[in-house]
Design a protein around this ligand. Structure first.
Ligand code: AMP
Length: 113
């Protein structure tokens, strides 16, 4: 499958990896929108939140456990941060592999839209 985040997770293309384990890879966003902008993805291909189901939802728990470690390592656990997953056309999802943006390191906009 020609999926850029699968290729990053498989180390077929380079990234600034900040965390990985059996289930999760997390790497810095190419176009950061905050001082800390990291993407956390499942290593297996899941297209979007629409494809989360009984069989793969444990991977979402793994991602959030990883996020806990990442925000601690990045020094933003106490100052706060935001986790966003865009889904579909109206959600402006541009990469069709489930990913969670971790944003922090500054006071973020109060607006979510
Ligand atoms: P979304 O618009 O929610 O699908 O987010 C996709 C994100 O992936 C954007 O913030 C891009 O900047 C980021 N991105 C795309 N390609 C790469 C890449 N090769 N390495 C790191 N981040 C990427």
């Amino acid at each position: 499958m020609d999926c850029i985040f699968c290729k990053i997770a498989n180390k077929e293309i380079p990234s600034q990896l900040v965390f990985e384990n059996e289930y999760v890879a997390a790497f810095r966003d190419l176009a950061p929108q905050a001082p800390v902008h990291i993407l956390a993805v499942p290593k297996v291909h899941i297209g979007s939140m629409n494809e989360i189901n009984e069989e793969n939802s444990h991977l979402v728990a793994e991602i959030f456990k990883a996020i806990n470690k990442i925000v601690e390592a990045e020094g933003i656990k106490d100052s706060g941060y935001r986790v966003i997953s865009n889904c579909g056309k109206d959600g402006c999802q541009s990469v069709q592999h489930l990913h969670f943006h971790i944003l922090g390191g500054k006071k973020l906009s109060e607006s979510l839209t």
